[in-house]
Design a protein around this ligand. Structure first.
Ligand SMILES: C[S@@+](CC[C@H](N)C(=O)[O-])C[C@H]1O[C@@H](n2cnc3c(N)ncnc32)[C@H](O)[C@@H]1O
Length: 235
């Protein structure tokens, strides 16, 4: 999908509803639980936090202040409307309307969060650029925390989107909209970018319902991956 049509799609979603996406409670739980409890010695006070695809700011709104004590937070999103809502919902945090693939920063981050953005990068080159950015933007020993969609065992069409087995993408109106990868590929990608796995969780039966009009999951809905990886020092 071209960058402009992807932006239009998300702008429309955020224009029509006050908050089109349920706050990713599972990722908030992961951040408050695993990240905070298991890795609290690694997380400094006042960490620099980047959230990729922050949408309307639902994740940072839900994270108790004590988790990232006085964090220096920046949320970025492709959609202008999403960023407008994020600023309104979270006036004390910083937001920027930019595509992660074009994002530049002279300073690195202690923590990078991605809640449901990565799977919208439907082209292999985009994902390569994304991981190279994540790796460059993370400080040594910095954490990347992601919740994303995985290819289910019985991949196939869902109600309104067809599944293209060649590209592993859901296709809507002739456009690739969501990419689904296998868990083992994430392990390979993390290792390729010197990101050491701290936590890798893809529980059997945990499904994304990838169409907002449904409340019940289908067997062909994507599985869930939650991962925390640490950038190796000196890389
Ligand atoms: C499903 S929403 C998730 C929003 C939020 N992270 C949450 O969990 O509530 C995906 C978000 O990713 C954003 N997005 C998609 N591709 C992006 C890109 N290349 N760069 C930055 N943001 C992107 C969309 O605009 C949208 O706000």
């Amino acid at each position: 999908m071209s960058e402009q049509s992807k932006k239009d799609q998300f702008d429309l979603a955020f224009k029509n509803k006050q908050s089109p996406y349920e706050a990713a409670k599972s990722l908030t739980k992961l951040l408050c639980g695993e990240v905070f409890e298991r890795l609290s010695s690694t997380i400094k006070d006042h960490p620099r936090v980047l959230e990729i695809g922050c949408g309307d700011g639902a994740v940072i709104k839900d994270i108790p202040n004590k988790l990232f004590k006085n964090c220096d937070y920046l949320g970025i999103d492709l959609s202008t409307n999403a960023i407008g809502l994020a600023i309104k919902n979270n006036p004390s945090f910083n937001f920027q309307n930019v595509d992660i693939l074009n994002f530049e920063s002279s300073r690195q981050f202690d923590i990078i969060i991605d809640s449901h953005c990565l799977h919208f990068l439907t082209e292999a080159l985009e994902r390569k650029r994304y991981f190279s950015k994540v790796s460059d933007l993370l400080k040594d020993e910095g954490l990347y925390v992601v919740e994303t969609m995985l290819l289910p065992k019985k991949a196939g069409d869902v109600e309104l989107m067809s599944f293209d087995f060649q590209s592993n993408c859901f296709v809507k109106d002739g456009r690739k909209v969501i990419f689904l990868d296998e868990a083992r590929h994430f392990e390979e990608i993390f290792s390729e970018y010197d990101l050491e796995i701290q936590y890798f969780y893809c529980p059997l039966g945990a499904k994304f319902i990838c169409e907002s009009h449904r409340s019940e999951s289908l067997i062909s809905d994507p599985d869930v991956l939650r991962a925390i990886v640490k950038k190796k020092s000196g890389t």
